[in-house]
Ligand binder design. Sequence first.
Ligand code: DNO
Length: 373
Amino acid sequence: MMHMSMRWFGPQQDSVTLKQIRQVPGMEGVITALHEIPAGEVWPEDQVAERKAMVEKAGLKVLGIESINVHEDIKYGAANRDMLIDNYIKSLEAVGKNDIHLVCYNFMPVFDWTRTDLALPLEDGSTALAYDGSIIEGLTAEEMFERIANSSNGFEMPGWELSRRDEITAQIKKFQGMSDDELRANFKYFLDAIMPTCEKYNIKMGVHPDDPSYDLFGIPRITKCEEDLVKIARMNSSPLNGFSLCTGSLGSNPDNCLPKIIRNKEIASRIHFAHIRNVLHTGDHQFHESSHVSHTGSLDLYEIVKALVEVGFNGVVRPDHGREIWDEVARPGYGLFDRALGATYLIGLEEAIRKSKGMPYPDNLNSITAPWC
Ligand code: DNO
């Protein structure tokens, strides 16, 4: 069964409150992170405990962490990577000791997610995040930063922290010289090092796909299609080595057939977490995010949820991004209203699919102390 959550950026960095999230029908918990701790530094166990207590006081659970960011030097395979991986392991221990068993992360060099517009007006008067490859091709990375920073309603967007702007050009150059296979080797090195700790604390690791799922700025990208995911599954045999299946990211590339990816036997059992949202393709390397409803975008969310049900998915999902609607001012993509609509739509899809197959729904709401652990 899908266990519904919303991402929550913490008490200082989110316009949405835990009280509001708690009132969204079917909401079981949040996905959160200590965003104030830079990549490469250790998460203190007591700060994780404090965040968890805050969430639980509001009647929700911390269903997972998104993200403990992987330092660029680990992705690059720099001389100091062992020290940085040790720090990562300590952060995982802090999470595990707090009885949290899911971590979403990414292994994308330099850029986490990329958009050219954070508030593209749609014809219904809402705004949405959008991407236009022809704009990107004419911009420098610094200009990209300005563009994102100036249109994010005053919020610092994860991966686009202003503190990272100066290092960015140098990093792009560094990674432009690296092949996909070299990046894969560094990824394997990282996975092999962290998996024993994940096993010890039963932490499911879900790597996030490249967003968008095609090449950018000539840097290696190794999480953008079914074949890439299979390679990752084979990198480390622990069942905890898995995916955060982001339908909007993989779905940004029309060549990616999401139900087929979900049903791939080497991928299915490793889907530890799902970000479910829709995108509307408007051209080659051009899309904008849409409402979750299937016919407002290019992805068939019914088929996606059906595939998840059919492979026996039993884990945490979140509606991921939403449009900005009803005059809400929020972190782009992370307002309350459209994500709440998306969550209830997804819950409705799952209920209908399961009941039409004679499957119980919900499986047992009182025992959702993470049956997926
Ligand atoms: C964007 C998010 C990503 C995601 C990271 C995971 O909205 O989906 O920033 O959190 O890639 O590390």
